[in-house]
Design a protein around this ligand. Structure first.
Ligand code: ADP
Ligand code: MG
Length: 218
């Protein structure tokens, strides 16, 4: 479940952004649409607790983010939020397996190698566990990042432009996989995109057409 109320954000050197209220049911799918610069990535960061709103509240799976200290919020995010960023942020210094192990440290949990192997295999990339990220195709790297994001069975799964730079077939497969893994975790899924192809693949999603640079009625 995701609920936002009166959400505003201003980057130090950026425009004032204002977001319409959103309520997404547990297990629901939200398609966050809008042109480049409309505030999609910012909204995802606010919901993930990576940015603190200048006004308004976010509640995720019953947790009001404002009630958490920064440390508690980071620990909460590591356990409860699956984030598939546009830039995957896999460490080139580490193997795939070690990249995924970091998620356990962030969550304050002992590393569970069997869980890492299980999730990689489930996403069809079991054979790349010992490789470095530079030895992966784009599609494999995205699956590895998706595996990392669902290790803890998050309550929400947030994907930022997951189809950017994928051809039609790979884009459809990526969305299908996101939907599948979100369902398996019982997580709500948010896909932020300006890619019009996504609308067809997520035909049953709640659509939130975003332009945070437009004034919002109070
Ligand atoms: P989208 O993901 O829809 O392309 P963003 O959330 O990235 O939109 O950006 C929304 C607005 O905030 C844009 O006007 C962008 O220029 C601005 N913005 C984004 N990040 C920063 C930043 N770090 N500093 C200043 N302005 C930013
Ligand atoms: Mg963006």
């Amino acid at each position: 479940m995701i609920r936002t109320h009166g959400l505003r954000y201003k980057y130090p050197a950026g425009p004032q952004l204002a977001f319409r209220d959103v309520e997404l049911a547990r297990g629901g799918v939200l398609l966050l649409q809008g042109r480049s610069g409309s505030g999609k990535s910012t909204w995802l960061s606010l919901v993930a607790g990576l940015l603190t709103p200048t006004q308004g509240d976010v509640e995720v799976a019953g947790q009001a983010l404002a009630a958490l200290s920064r440390g508690a919020r980071d620990a909460w995010r590591a356990r409860s939020v699956g984030f598939l960023p546009q830039k995957l942020h896999l460490s080139e210094a580490l193997t795939v397996r070690a990249n995924l192990a970091l998620a356990f440290y962030a969550a304050g949990l002992p590393e569970d190698g069997a869980r890492i192997d299980e999730v990689l295999a489930r996403l069809g990339v079991g054979e790349v566990a010992r490789r470095k990220p530079s030895q992966l195709s784009g599609g494999q790297a995205q699956r590895v990042a998706l595996a990392r994001s669902i290790l803890m069975n998050p309550r929400v799964l947030l994907a930022d432009e997951p189809t950017a730079s994928l051809d039609d077939e790979a884009a459809a497969a990526s969305l299908e996989l996101l939907r599948e893994v979100a369902q398996a975790c019982g997580a709500s899924l948010v896909v932020a995109t300006h890619d019009v192809r996504v609308r067809n693949a997520l035909a049953d999603a709640v659509v939130y057409r975003l332009d945070a640079t437009e004034p919002v009625a109070a």
